[in-house]
Design a protein around this ligand. Sequence first.
Ligand code: ATP
Ligand code: MG
Length: 377
Amino acid sequence: MFKAGTASVRSLTYASMPGSRSMSFSSGTIIYAGSAKIFSLNEIEKATNNFNSSSILGEGGFGLVYKGDLNDGREVAVKILKRDDQHGDHDFFAESEMLSCLHHRNLVKLIGICTEKETRCLVYELVPNGSVESHLHGVDKETEPLDWNARMKIALGAARGLAYLHEDCNPCVIHRDFKSSNILLEHDFVPKVSDFGLARTTLNEGNKPISTHVIGTFGYVAPEYAMTGHLLVKSDVYSYGVVLLELLSGRKPVDLSQPPGQENLVAWARPLLKSKEGLQKIIDPFMKDSVSIDTIVKVAAIASMCVQSEVTQRPFMGEVVQALTLSATEPCFSLVINLVENQGSTTVIISNAHKGQEFESLGLLVYRGQKFQPNSH
Ligand SMILES: Nc1ncnc2c1ncn2[C@@H]1O[C@H](COP(=O)(O)OP(=O)(O)OP(=O)(O)O)[C@@H](O)[C@H]1O
Ligand SMILES: [Mg+2]
């Protein structure tokens, strides 16, 4: 259960943030002091046309999600939490409290919540254009496949959303279930990261990583998190790397219909990321001719660093944002990611040659420079 002790401490932290309108109510031991609007059940029923089945957007681990229309004309997504879910209340309050205080262009905005009778629901802004998952592997794949530019826009926006959670929030926030179905899309492919129901603030009072039971989605969970349950921002970085590989390859993280040895995307792709020849095998055939191998190499180098088994070898999300931004904007000779070939191996050097100096923070990436094994031989 969500105990009053920890809940109220966090609530106070958030309520004291500048600009947050605090509101509180108590239900047994639960104290809520977020900034989201409290909806009545009646308002939710009206918005969803009495939970009409024609309004269902889909169903996830927490329950059904309905499209709704508010009185003021806003369109919303209403996520109804399953009442038989053991973690329902906990996740509900964690998510609502957290989201109501977090604002970023690349995060789905929580508009309000409803906690009447047996109903627990979250009311989000409606993000109208499906998810990265639906565009890569599902219903939107045929009608609106993602080209390279859309994929890079998504990669950068989602990285910014995560970097905001990790580096701009205090205490910082770990998503814990970052995956392609939790990146929703606007019509112009601006990505919005959703579902913070599994996220937690990262440090307990002793500044130790939170150790808890492992929650996440098969194929996206970092090895150290799966094995020890130790929760680190770098575990999100691993999941981000898996999504980047998904964007590069168009493949699912786990796909049992693939030939033997190719079912697990990370295991299959990791060695291939180290050579141009390997990258030719990874790149989504849909994009193959529309993007240069040099451009792919840069993004693949970032993905490769993110999915390192060793936590300390993974970059921080802020570094990923910088590397992606610069790799997209800098001309070839002054790219943030340079490949230095030496005696058959290639080292990735991340630097800002444009300004004739290395980035302080990107210096960290330099020592992580991946040794690219001899390409094509
Ligand atoms: N804010 C939103 N705007 C538009 N559609 C949404 C919104 N939130 C969720 N959806 C859609 O509702 C459906 C169910 O989403 P939900 O988040 O419950 O499941 P999921 O992401 O597939 O899995 P998980 O429960 O593990 O997050 C998905 O199709 C999702 O794209
Ligand atoms: Mg989701």
